[in-house]
Design a binder for this molecule. Structure first.
Ligand SMILES: [Zn+2]
Length: 305
């Protein structure tokens, strides 16, 4: 009995939190860990984000490394059950911390880190991340901020084990400034980070409504067989539909309110969009999204006048 306790104790020291990660196969060689459709909290320890990996003959390529060092370590263990191969590259789609805080683990395994310019600009060693504030030191243990090895401003093609990875910035500002997508032509799979949400609402806080819609058009133009977003479980050709409808409806309703001279103080009561109430995080994010859309569309209107 004593030994069992000792083993459990050792495990909990190694991992801190048991994420119970199970990779789901999307298509040949393409796997993801799909996170919960909720906000960061201590119970999920940041497992509310998608992190994917592609297996090639020479190693794995990870797309978004997840919320903590411990998460990435457990993800890596799961990869090693599939094949004993190194992780060669980690591609970060954008600078929101639920998507890249696993980087320090992969760096310790010798992977090269790739990401957008905004990661380099906004992520400073020693800063307290949002994840860190919510999770506290124990769950966040060993998680560190590490610099990128390669910055992508426009596009970059990586080759590994006969696979090509086409990394591209589709528009200037969509979910954030400088979001990257990764296309794997051999499997017609497109990893889009937070340019696509499904099953829960997005946050327009750091981005642009018009830029997001523009990015969605460009994503659809890939005619990919699989579109894998940063949050949500749908990866088929319908993956973008619900999200696009949501953004189009916000645009239409906010524009109409502007035309009717509705002021900013009453806009969130005016644009409730009740059909989306059942969506996860509606209560937390919708009103803020409407306000952000209002400010953006009002500014466009001012520019045109
Ligand atoms: Zn995210």
């Amino acid at each position: 009995m004593k030994n069992i306790y000792l083993v459990l104790l050792t495990l909990s020291f190694t991992y801190g939190f048991e994420y119970n990660l199970k990779p789901k196969k999307v298509t040949e060689g393409v796997y993801c860990f799909f996170g919960k459709l909720e906000n960061i909290n201590k119970q999920n320890a940041g497992n509310m984000v998608n992190s994917c990996f592609v297996q090639t003959k020479e190693g794995f390529v990870v797309i978004d490394s997840g919320p903590t060092f411990s998460y990435a370590a457990q993800a890596y263990d799961q990869m090693q059950h599939i094949a004993k191969l190194p992780v060669k590259y980690v591609i970060n789609t954008h600078d929101h911390d639920d998507h890249w805080l696993g980087n320090s683990f992969y760096k310790s395994k010798g992977a090269l880190l790739i990401g957008p310019r905004t990661y380099d600009q906004n992520i400073v060693a020693g800063m307290t991340t949002r994840m860190q504030s919510v999770l506290g030191e124990t769950l966040y243990a060993k998680t560190q901020i590490v610099k990128l090895d390669t910055i992508v401003d426009d596009n970059l093609t990586l080759s590994l084990g006969k696979e090509k990875f086409e990394i591209k910035q589709l528009v200037d500002t969509a979910h954030t400034k400088g979001d990257l997508v990764v296309f794997l032509p051999s499997q017609k799979s497109l990893f889009v980070g937070d340019l696509v949400f499904n099953g829960r609402l997005t946050s327009l806080r750091d981005g642009s409504l018009m830029g997001s819609l523009n990015a969605l058009d460009k994503i659809d133009a890939y005619h990919a067989k699989y579109v894998i977003g940063g949050h949500g479980y749908e990866t088929d050709t319908n993956a973008t539909k619900q999200f696009k409808s949501y953004l189009l409806e916000i645009k239409e309703e906010v524009q109409k309110a502007l035309d009717d001279d509705i002021g900013m103080e009453s806009i969130t009561k005016k644009v409730m969009m009740p059909t989306y109430k059942k969506m996860k995080l509606y209560d937390v994010l919708h009103a803020r999204n409407v306000l952000d859309a209002y400010k953006e569309l009002e500014m466009i209107e001012d520019d045109e006048e």
